[in-house]
Design a protein around this ligand. Sequence first.
Ligand code: 13P
Ligand code: SF4
Length: 313
Amino acid sequence: MTENIKEEIQRLKAEKNAVVLGHYYQRGEVQDVADFVGDSLALAQWAAKTEADIIVMCGVHFMGETAKVLCPKKKVLVPDLAAGCSLADSCPAERFEAFIQAHPGHTVISYVNTTAAVKALTDVVVTSTNARQIVESFPQDEKIIFGPDRNLGRYINAVTGRQMLLWDGACHVHEQFSAEKIAALKQQHPDALVLAHPECKESVLKLADVVGSTAALLKQAVRHPEHTYIVATEAGILHEMHRQCPHTTFLPAPPADGSCACNECGYMRLNTLEKLRDCLRDETPEIIVDPDLAARAVRPIERMLEISARLGL
Ligand code: 13P
Ligand code: SF4
């Protein structure tokens, strides 16, 4: 059955000149049929350069929106439009605009996990791969508003010595990792290195040997497969880690509530192979962005892509 669906997906992709982009947090079987699997920055970079007529974004809504804003003439599909993001939801555009107005004279830097309406209020977008370098590309005394992730913002402030004003938002998946439980796991595996995404709380980041985006954490494992790793990010990344490092032991960091699967992003997992096949076949659900809004949102995204290209990211 699954094999049939995979074959259908391959046939539809070829027939329709469609490209399937997948985030590392997607279900393993969805990652397996994607043409490219990557982090948020890579997905935006691939979307910007693809020659396909249709982009199917196997990720969450803001990723589809970013692709649509970059490629307004292409059809951009997301297999399940209900695939939202608690972090993007923690930053409604009207409230963010009021925050910006209350703090005049600041450059606005926004994480890619935001709606197009928030990006339209932003000077430059960042992802966890380039946030540090993009912040550092501004003078040390630049007054900066950073939104919406308070944990990433606090981390960037700490490593750059900045005092950016932070929006008080967070991701419900990354916030639930427990420092106490990671410390206890580390006691059982004293040689294990802790890999943590910067959306995790400060107490978890303090225990981390490597803090980085999904792509950076994967790169560490590929470069040093001889270690055991405790992985504090959404569990979908383990699929690619196991694929690229089949002999390495990866231990998912335990969530505070041991009985839940809350290290999985329910939004990301809404996309299934069946929904991917159906959306390729029916060319729906489609991401629609108001063209005026897209024209304002594209500038900070392109600025991020330009700076990233200059920095070789
Ligand atoms: P990256 O893929 O940029 O590390 O982002 C993680 C994330 O939370 C995406 O939703
Ligand atoms: Fe959003 Fe968090 Fe899910 Fe990433 S893991 S899509 S930040 S809710």
